[in-house]
Every structure is written in C-alpha cells, then in structure tokens.
Design a protein around this ligand. Structure first.
Ligand code: ADP
Ligand code: MG
Length: 424
C-alpha cells in the first residue's frame, strides 16, 4: 500500500540531485560561458539519469502493475532547465531502463511519458517568461495532469473491481506529493540560479570598483603633464609660424582638450560625491545652463525653446550644470541639420520635473537599454561617458531619469527630483 517512507526516499533522491548539482557545478563556475553551459547540460543529464534510475528502482508502490514513483520530477526539471535535447535523451533512457526492468505497463509508460515530455518542451518557452510563483503553478498543472489523467482514463477503460477501489486514495496522494516535490525542486533550483548570479554580480562589481580606483589615480596623474603640454602648444601656436604649422598646433590642442574632457568626465564618475549641497532655483539654473550652451546650439543650427515654471530642489549646482549641459548637448547633437530642443521645468505633486525634448534621430529599444553604460557612443567623436555621469549625478541627488524615444521622431529625457518648498 501507500508507503510514506518510499515517497520520502524518492523526494530525498531528487533533492540530493539538486544539491549535487550545486556542489559539482554551480559552486565551481567562475564565469558563465558557452562551454560551461554545455558542460552544465552534461552534468544535469548525468545527475538526472542517476536519480531517475533510483526513483524507478525504489518505487513507492507497485500495486496493480503500476509503478508509482517520482521520476517525472527530475525529468521535468532537467527538460525545463537543461533544454529539449536533455529531455529527449532522458525520456529515452527512462524508457529503456523501464523496459529492462520488465513488468507490466510498459506501453502505458511509453505513452504517458512521451506526451508529458512533449508538453514540457512545448511550455518551456513560456515558462521562462514567468515569475517564480507562476512557474510553480504551471509545473503543478503539468504534474497534476500527468498523474491524474492516465489514471482516470485507465479507471474508466479497464473494468477491474480491485483497481476501482485502490486507485483513488493512492492517485490523490501520489499527485499531492508529486506537486509538493515539484514545487520544492523548482524553488531550490531558482534560488540556486539566483545565488550564482548574485555571486557573479558581486565579483563583477568588485572588479569594477578596483579598476575604477586604479584608473582614477592614473587619470589624475596624466592630467598635469597634459596641461603643461597644452600650454606649450598654445605658445607655439601664437609664436610666428606659417599657417600649416599653426594648423598642426591647433589640431594638437583640440585633441588634448578632447583627452582632457574624457578624463574630467571619467573622474567625475569615479568620485561623484556631492561636495556641498544647496537650494537650487531650477528656472534660474536652467537659464544659466542655456547661456552656456546657446552658442553650441546656434552653431548646429538648432533652436532652443524654454518653458520655465518655478521649482526649487536641493543639490550640487555644479554637478547639475554638468548633467544638464550633457543632456542638452546630446539633444542638440541628435538634431542633424535643423531642429529644436524644448526644455521645460515644472512641479508635479511632490516632484520638480525637468524635460528635455528634441526632434532628432531618436533611438531604438536596444539603444535605450544601453544608455548610461560606459563608452557606449554612436558618435564619431563621442566619449560615451556623458550619460553615465548624468545618471550617476541624478542618482546622487535622489532624482530619477526616464527616457522615451522613437527612431526618426525624437527623444524626451524626463528628470524628476524631490521638490523643496520655496523660501519667501
Ligand atoms: P556621447 O554623447 O559622448 O556619445 P553620451 O553618454 O552622452 O555619450 O551618449 C551616449 C549615446 O546615447 C550617444 O552616442 C547617442 O547615440 C545616444 N543619445 C544620447 N542622447 C540622445 C538623444 N537625445 N537622441 C538620440 N540619441 C541620443
Ligand atoms: Mg554626450
């Protein structure tokens, strides 16, 4: 009859498989690469073979010529997480093993498990779009169907008085335990994946941090000799030279300026502390920013229009200038030839909002996703550091930035800061 001990043994086998997977694979990987993913499939297949074989060998019950065991759980997990090929080979292995073991019911096994594996393969693409709870729910439905439908069919197809009595209790408890084990396994696997990812992210962050500190100190050291060189270039340019040589000096100076710009932007990323904060009157502040940038916009044939309401925030005014100049410059650069950049300030509830809208080239979804990552630039002379610094500054000032864009139509950056009360 129903054996709790055997069920527990089956459960233990499956959970052991997951832990073995963690010990032999997850704890060892340094980096997720294609090669390790391949290896991961082999390990997953190997472990599942063992646990399926053990589950079949120690079934919970085999009354009525049926073997009740939890082999479908490793099959489910391995197919979902290892891929269709793993699922296919596992099903084949399981069928061969079952055949070798002998006994009645092989045809049933063949039909039920083929359909089950096929169903799992079909829902697999959907499965990975779900959150943990829905993943468990979907798997429970699959497991329940796989446990109950064949039994129910058999009950009504085979007129066997003994079967009619014994099956209900067994089938129900079998289903419940299967679902429990399935959900537990999925939970463990998901947590396992999560912790591997987290570990890698931490490692990555540590690396970046160290790299950041190192390069910041180098960048700082490079600035002084560069300033000296620039000074001498300037002298050279001003002393009597012919036009060609003056042109060379000019180019050298522009290039040094560009290098300086990159270093400055980089440094403000490496240590973006807000040295001091103050109350900033946004509309006044934006007027100052516009006076800085208006020459640049006119040079690019781009009009600036402003619509300024009253709003006050708290932050570092120098950093905010740097950030807004960056954003407006990007907007101007996005407008090839002619265009307008609209800048607006207003308050909305508890927030002060700045919007910068252009009717330039716009961006696709992939581009928007990459914004703010270092050195991502589509411009020939771009540094790809501007937005990274902006994002960081805005985050330091407890603000948020949103981007909406349409390719060919234009882009809108919306920045919100917590608003402060105006002083009367
Ligand atoms: P850079 O301006 O040096 O290229 P940024 O970090 O400021 O670096 O910008 C990164 C990239 O984001 C730009 O190269 C551009 O492709 C895209 N981008 C930023 N702002 C806009 C905008 N307003 N319209 C279209 N593309 C933009
Ligand atoms: Mg820029």
């Amino acid at each position: 009859m129903f054996g709790i001990r055997e069920f527990l043994l089956n459960m233990l086998i499956i959970i052991l498989e997951i832990f073995a997977y963690q010990i032999f694979w997850a704890d060892r990987i340094k980096q997720i690469q294609t090669a390790t993913i391949k290896k991961n499939q082999y390990i997953l297949f190997g472990l599942s073979v063992v646990s399926i074989a053990l589950c079949i060998t120690f079934p919970v019950s085999f009354t009525d010529g049926f073997r009740y065991d939890l082999r479908h759980i490793p099959l489910l997990i391995a197919t979902l997480y290892g891929g269709n090929l793993v699922g296919l080979y596992l099903t084949l292995f399981m069928l061969v093993f079952r055949k070798l073991l002998g006994g009645e019911g092989f045809v049933n096994t063949l039909i039920v498990y083929s359909i089950f594996t096929l169903l799992v393969m079909l829902v697999r693409p959907l499965y990975f779009k779900l959150n943990l709870r829905c993943k468990m729910l979907l798997s429970s439905v699959l497991i329940a169907a796989m446990c109950l439908v064949p039994l129910w069919l058999i009950r009504y197809l085979i007129i066997d008085p003994y079967l009619k009595h014994s099956s209900t209790y067994l089938a129900l408890s079998f289903t419940v335990v299967s679902i429990l084990t399935g959900c537990l396994s999925i939970y463990l696997v998901e947590r396992l994946i999560e912790s591997v990812q987290m570990r890698m992210e931490i490692q990555q962050a540590e690396k970046m941090n160290m790299l950041g500190q190192l390069t910041a100190s180098i960048a700082h050291e490079i600035r002084n000799p560069m300033t000296a060189s620039r000074g001498f270039m300037q002298l050279l340019k001003e002393s009597a030279l012919d036009d060609k040589e003056r042109g060379y000096a000019e180019i050298a100076i522009t290039e040094i300026d560009r290098a300086q710009e990159i270093i400055t932007e980089y440094l403000s990323f490496a240590k973006p502390e807000m040295e001091e904060t103050e109350r900033i009157n946004l509309s006044q502040h934006i007027k100052n920013v516009i006076s800085i940038i208006s020459g640049y916009a006119a040079y690019h044939n781009v009009g600036l229009s402003v619509n300024l309401d009253k709003a006050v925030i708290e932050g570092n005014s120098g950093k905010l200038t740097q950030c807004l100049v960056n954003l407006i410059k990007n907007a101007v650069e996005a407008c090839t030839g002619q265009g307008t950049v609209e800048i607006a300030v207003y308050t909305e509830g508890e927030n002060a909002v700045i919007t910068i809208k252009d009717n330039g080239v716009g961006m696709g979804e992939e581009q928007i996703r990459r914004l703010g990552t270092p050195f991502y630039s589509t411009k020939e002379k771009g540094t790809g550091l501007g937005l990274m610094v902006c994002y960081r500054i805005i985050a330091m000032m407890e603000g948020k930035i949103r981007v909406s864009s349409q390719k060919g139509k234009g882009t809108r950056f919306t920045i919100t800061f917590p608003a402060k009360k105006e002083e009367s």
